[in-house]
Design a binder for this molecule. Structure first.
Ligand code: IPD
Ligand code: CA
Length: 266
């Protein structure tokens, strides 16, 4: 079975197991601080267990890097890493805001740039975004590309959750300059919308995002033709460690990148 098929099946199983849980009291149950540093909610635990059980069931020889469960070695003859954010947008999921997803990726080395496959499933409706290296990005069964026309309304995705005063001051012109700014609260799904052509740029300069939150989005954005850069505008890369936090910008082309970056205060 190809890795992408394994990730797609794991993702489908998460959807089946959590689709009736979001927004219920049961979803919110507190399981203490997970390895990613946030409180693990029952819905996070149910979703992660679904993936771990499935990978064990099919004897997939890998090391899982889960946001809540941490590093789980399912084999000592591992083929690579399954980078798992079983629920991205946990706060939305717990409240029942219909914008949360699962994010599963596979990397052969301890590097973002070695990711070969990624799947993001919108868990409010089961829609799936997926990509494999050099094979393109897909939304359900349709190939997707980033937006390539001059948009009627420019949509600027920008994550400002927990942003510092200093960062807000730097970003302020973007809000002031009549851009249509958006922030939905599930980073992976926002990267997927960008890859599908629904946003022109997506910016997260908080230095807070974890590898689990961007791993599947990394390959889906790249295979859809997007530019994916770090805060210094170099190609985004990082190791897969739990301490790593990144900033990134996904842009459909150099023109919009230059236009929006020129608005950010130094
Ligand atoms: C969070 C979401 C959110 C972002 C946070 C992440 P989680 O992931 O992606 O959009 O602002 O930094 O932690 O905690 O719901 O998996
Ligand atoms: Ca999560």
């Amino acid at each position: 079975m190809e890795v992408i098929e394994i990730l797609r099946e794991a993702s489908n199983r998460i959807y089946e197991n959590v689709k009736d849980l979001a927004g219920t009291e049961q979803a919110a149950g507190d399981f203490g601080i997970g390895d990613g540093g946030d409180i693990s909610r029952n819905i996070d635990i149910v979703a992660e267990k679904t993936v771990l059980d499935y990978l064990k069931e099919i004897n997939f020889e890998c090391i899982v890097l889960g946001e809540e469960c941490g590093r789980v070695e399912l084999s000592n003859n591992s083929k690579g890493y399954v980078i798992m954010d079983a629920i991205d947008g946990s706060a939305n999921a717990v409240r029942g805001v219909p914008f949360f997803c699962s994010s599963l990726a596979f990397a052969t080395e301890n590097k973002l740039s070695s990711i070969t496959d990624g799947v993001i499933t919108n868990l409010s409706n089961g829609e799936m975004y997926w990509a494999s290296k050099n094979k393109g990005s897909f939304f359900n069964d349709k190939q997707i590309k980033v937006q390539n026309k001059e948009p009627i309304y420019k949509i600027v995705g920008i994550n400002i959750s927990g942003a510092s005063t200093d960062l807000m001051k730097r970003l302020h012109p973007i809000f002031e300059n009549h851009n249509h700014t958006r922030h939905f609260g599930a980073n992976a799904l926002e990267m997927a919308l960008f890859a599908r052509g629904l946003m022109d740029i997506f910016i997260d300069l908080r230095d807070k995002i974890r590898i689990q939150d961007i791993a599947a989005g990394y390959i889906i954005v790249k295979e859809a033709g997007g530019l994916l850069l770090d805060a210094n505008l170099n190609p985004l890369d990082a190791d897969l460690s739990y301490e790593t936090r990144v900033s990134f910008i996904a842009a459909v082309n150099q023109k919009i990148l230059d236009e929006i970056m020129s608005q950010i205060n130094k």
